[in-house]
Design a binder for this molecule. Sequence first.
Ligand SMILES: [Zn+2]
Length: 348
Amino acid sequence: MKFEDVIGNVPVKESLFRMMEEGRMGHAILFVEKDGGGAFALSLALAQKVNCTGPAGADSCGVCPGCHKYGKLIHPDLHFIFPVSKAKSLTESEKKAPISDYFVEKFRNFALSNPYFLEQELYDALELDAGNAGISVNEARDISQKLSLKSFEGQFRTIIIYLPEKMNVPAANKLLKLLEEPPLGTLFLLITHNPDRVLQTIRSRCQIVGMIPFSREEEEKAHGEFRVNPEYASLMETLLEAGLSKKVIDTFPVWETISAKEREKQKEFCIYAEEYIRNIFLYSNGLESLARIPAGMDSTIRSFSGRIKPTFYRKAFAKLEETAAAVEGNANAKLNFCDLCNQLLLFL
Ligand SMILES: [Zn+2]
């Protein structure tokens, strides 16, 4: 992938380019993004650029042998680490100590088809158990072994670590040794959704680069139309109806259903709810053309837009962000979602 093909984040691309030009780029960068915020695509572009043998410039050439292999994610000096779990597709011996390499074929196809993937989409595509997916010491051992060999053909070996916050302590400690004394010509690109949960010792070894949230237009380019999740849509409809008619009792099945789900699904619901409410907001402000609603959903959204007061939106967004953060922080799920429903009801 070339820089020019990465959606949004122009100032971030420019600052990376300046860092390269001025020789200020370190051997480890920690990208901080909101789920699906483009850091993976940008990491691919950066890895391709530093290994491009084409003419010098702000972008990779896209046609040299290095670019060709990076474009297909098959360059032998490009490695991926991401959270994994004991998936059904693994053999019995692989299940004993699953590592990213066992999934690499599927991962390549998945990431090529959607470099702006969401965390949950990755788990779904690789049939991973989101609740148990993590980066173990076996992974750190594997990468340490790979790095002890000479690079195959590139100038740099690039290791893209997706979600270092999912590393357990032994893995983080082993990786830390590599970050402290990296073999020559090694570039670590880490992507986090939650920098506070990345071990401080790891963070302190990285240059931190914050991704700029997508504009509405960029968001649509990256993630397409709002993807309807019939279950979540029905929960939202029940919740908003309960709130508008002030029937607290009708919110019970909503928070009971969500709080019984695993944490990744709870976070997914918060993102969905935010997007659902944002679409109502756009409709209520005559900005229907900006809404990402598939046909069939617009009459529901339109009906809500006329009944919700303007002060609702800002408060609802803040509460949903707070709820998602509490899921991360291992809050009691029932209390967390009961509180969310009660608050939304009060805001309506
Ligand atoms: Zn090239």
